[in-house]
Ligand binder design. Structure first.
Ligand SMILES: [Zn+2]
Length: 226
């Protein structure tokens, strides 16, 4: 049998590499809370659930975070991003402003990468390189399936998201911004969308068309009323 390297595949594992990384989330939810002149995301309850496995494109959702409220919604779904995110002590919680800033960096890197030809500034490349240093990466051979994939060991979600982004950018995966939801999606890959796709999903293509039709009808009514 011929083994192969899967260039774009990445497995994000827990330290030691034995198990895939899975975040933990408070089922009661999270809230924003001021402390020491800054905003923090804190847990509401005292229990923890294990989140589902990462699918590989969560960084695209994170890059769409624009403000503290978006970040809170992200954490409610995917769990907190930093090692102290679920910590109940007085120093616990996720620092909201600096995480919104991380999301902005990711979005800028994706925008630069989405240009043709892709052009990342020195500052963006430096940021990417520094952040992928949060994980230890190795090429792991899976004898059952006969493939070698990149495996990154991380212990918190933010590290996993930077790994996903670094992998997408260095493996030549092409990305485009959905014209409806303004989130990034992969094009031209197996399991991704066609190279000329304008929307991340059929639902969003239809929703965009419906909106455009509604808009046209409204304009028409205004004109008639005028
Ligand atoms: Zn969309």
């Amino acid at each position: 049998m011929v083994g192969r390297i899967v260039p774009a595949a990445l497995v994000v594992s827990e330290p030691g590499g034995q198990r895939e990384f899975r975040n933990q989330r408070d089922p009661q939810g999270y809230h924003l809370e001021p402390r020491g002149g800054r905003l923090w995301i804190r847990r509401d309850g005292e229990e923890l659930d294990t989140c589902s496995r990462l699918k590989g494109r969560e960084y695209q959702k994170f890059a769409a975070v624009k403000n503290e409220d978006d970040l809170l919604n992200f954490v409610k779904v995917y769990g907190p991003l930093t090692p102290l995110g679920n910590d109940l002590s007085e120093n616990g919680g996720d620092p909201a402003e600096s995480l919104v800033d991380e999301a902005r960096w990711m979005n800028e890197i994706l925008s630069a990468f989405g240009r043709s030809p892709p052009y990342l500034s020195n500052q963006q490349l430096e940021r990417l390189a520094l952040n992928s240093g949060r994980a230890a990466r190795s090429l792991v051979w899976h004898s059952d399936s006969g493939v070698a994939v990149w495996q990154s060991n991380v212990s918190y979600l933010l590290a996993a998201l930077w790994e996903q982004l670094a992998n997408a950018v260095t493996c030549g995966v092409l990305l485009r911004l959905c014209e409806y939801c303004r989130e990034w999606f992969e094009i031209g890959t197996r399991g991704g969308k066609r190279r000329d796709a304008r929307f991340c999903s059929d639902d969003h293509r239809i929703a965009f068309k419906n909106n455009a039709r509604k808009q046209a009808r409204n304009n028409h009514t205004h004109e008639q009323g005028a």
